[in-house]
Design a protein around this ligand. Structure first.
Ligand code: GUN
Length: 293
């Protein structure tokens, strides 16, 4: 069993990005600039944005956070987005989700210029991705692709089973892995809450991707010997055994599943660590105008 190590791979990619930024600087170019819009004081969002800022600094990007109270109007946010769309100093920006209930996340997402949509949430980027055109790919599916690529895992002709059909993980990763080329050319089955006989299906998976948000859902009897298992779940569970009073569990019962696998991601330390790296990769692509010219 080989561990798909998100820490090692994310550090590697960050070093590569930092080197590119050094080259841009040497040639007198502008360093990539990522802006994050943060509305309100949600603890999770604050942590995400702080980590994004830290990672930007590590690779030499410029990073700005625009903060708004959770009473901000949708019109004001749309106005700010328009300013960012037209600001040549800003290469890419994200609006941290979730947003307060009075603001339409869909309207906000669609207002972002697809050329600067480094989250890859705009329908144009989602559509381009599904037909194999150059596009910003959102962080989690891109992180999974990066892991498969870096560990040179064979995907052609493999049966990939995806548990979960969310717009941010299940749907995009099932699309990407069915595309022509590497990593792709898989036969993909998507399972969801209405799927019958899930264990029967997962037992036929060469590659099993789990993005359900249910702690330790996948048990050893659901996994084929030699499978590649990618666990996207991050579930906070109360625990008396830790100082903080909680622990992180994946969607896979790691201890019993791992011995059966050829490769498996740990939680924490797997796909999660690659998501910020994907955002950095997209911001670099935006600065270099790689996707839209
Ligand atoms: N909230 C949780 N994850 C994300 C993300 O990747 N992007 C944005 N914009 N908000 C999030």
């Amino acid at each position: 069993m080989i561990l798909l190590d998100g820490k090692i791979i994310s550090e590697q990619v960050k070093v590569e990005i930092a080197q590119e930024v050094e080259n841009i600087k040497k040639q007198g170019g502008k360093v990539p600039h990522l802006v994050a819009i943060l509305v309100g004081h949600d603890g999770g969002s604050e942590t995400y944005v702080a980590n994004k800022e830290k990672s930007c600094t590590q690779v030499g990007f410029k990073s700005t956070v625009l903060r708004f109270e959770d009473t901000v109007t949708e019109a004001k946010l749309l106005y700010e987005i328009n300013l960012l769309n037209n600001n040549p100093d800003v290469d890419g920006f994200i609006v941290q989700m979730p947003l307060p209930k009075h603001i339409s996340e869909q309207k906000i997402t669609e207002a972002i210029d697809p050329k600067k949509d480094v989250d890859g949430f705009h329908p144009l980027n989602v559509g381009r991705m599904t037909i194999g055109m150059p596009a910003y790919i959102s962080a989690t599916p891109d992180g999974i692709i990066e892991l498969l690529r870096r560990y040179k895992i064979e995907t052609s002709g493999k049966h990939c089973v995806v548990l979960g059909r969310s717009n941010i993980v299940g749907r995009p990763i099932s699309n990407l892995l069915s595309l022509k080329g590497y990593p792709g050319d898989c036969t993909v089955t998507v399972c969801h809450s209405r799927t019958k006989n899930i264990p029967e299906i997962t037992r036929t998976a060469d590659i099993l991707i789990v993005a359900l948000g249910q702690a330790e859902y996948v048990t050893a009897d659901m996994v084929k010997e030699g499978a590649v298992v990618i666990d996207v779940g991050i579930n906070r569970i109360k625990s008396d055994a830790t100082k903080s009073g909680w622990k992180l569990l994946g969607d896979v019962k790691f201890d019993e599943v791992a011995p059966k696998c050829s490769y498996i991601t740990p939680v924490p330390g797997g796909v999660g660590l690659l998501t910020i790296v994907s955002l950095l990769k997209n911001t670099l692509k935006a600065a270099k105008k790689e996707i839209y010219g």
